[in-house]
Design a protein around this ligand. Sequence first.
Ligand SMILES: NC(=O)c1ccc[n+]([C@@H]2O[C@H](COP(=O)([O-])OP(=O)(O)OC[C@H]3O[C@@H](n4cnc5c(N)ncnc54)[C@H](O)[C@@H]3O)[C@@H](O)[C@H]2O)c1
Length: 265
Amino acid sequence: MMGELEGRVALITGAGSGLGLATARVFAGAGALIIINDLRAEAAETAARLLGPKHYAIAGDVADEASVTAMVADVAARFGRIDILVNNAGIPDSFVPTVDQTLAHWQRLIDIHLTGTYLVSKTVAPHMIEQRSGVILNLNSIAGILGLPVRTAYSAAKAGIGMLTQVLACEWAPHGIRVNAVAPGYMLTPLLAKLIEDGKVDGDRIRRRTPMGKLGKAEHVAEAMLFLASDRAEFITGVTLPVDGGYCAWGAPSDAYPLENFPSV
Ligand SMILES: NC(=O)c1ccc[n+]([C@@H]2O[C@H](COP(=O)([O-])OP(=O)(O)OC[C@H]3O[C@@H](n4cnc5c(N)ncnc54)[C@H](O)[C@@H]3O)[C@@H](O)[C@H]2O)c1
């Protein structure tokens, strides 16, 4: 059986680990040729090797215009097309109170998440416009939808990515390009594992606050991205799909899990 993404060329930023790497695996399994970008050249090489010989690694900083221009030119010259772009590269916030944060810290988060998503999208789009087809997937977060104290720049950047997703979807729909986002909840990737280990995030409290009572897996996000990247989502553009076990849906003033919190059910 042909894979759903057979013959497609997919560029995934920050795919040296976590959600990006899981997405690379799932997309490769569906037949796509994957270009793994990461700031860490070695992580990108290792990830591409893991996927197999036809896949390709390219180091680069999504927040740096010259780096993005060189990366996209290299990919276009080598493979002749870019069918799917996943704007996944990211770093966590510092969890320092806003009044104690430095402007440099704010700027770095905005640069990588929001400007990076903008920059890579606008550099890849001319190739998609020429092809008259393409799919762009952005990484939003529950932090871009709900207010999470001390995650100031990260949340603002992610909320910006939510609107960027809508704006670009509207602008590029006539060119056959779909632009969507996923908003993961708490996914047990190396990024979150480190936050839990450092005591910045409490894993048990998150489980209690999540209607489905557990942390997500990278594969949950990857499968949602596969759907949005595939032709099965051909009439879907401009949306942000939460992949969060119901976290954003919960509004009652109590824990969401376990069931004894629901005395009348
Ligand atoms: N893990 C979660 O629970 C979660 C939840 C919501 C959203 N997200 C978002 O998903 C994305 C991936 O997160 P993850 O948990 O897999 O993190 P991760 O740290 O495992 O992976 C992120 C990758 O991005 C790379 N990177 C960082 N800055 C870069 C840059 N300037 N240019 C290129 N690559 C760069 C890192 O080297 C790393 O390999 C991020 O955008 C993150 O904000 C994660």
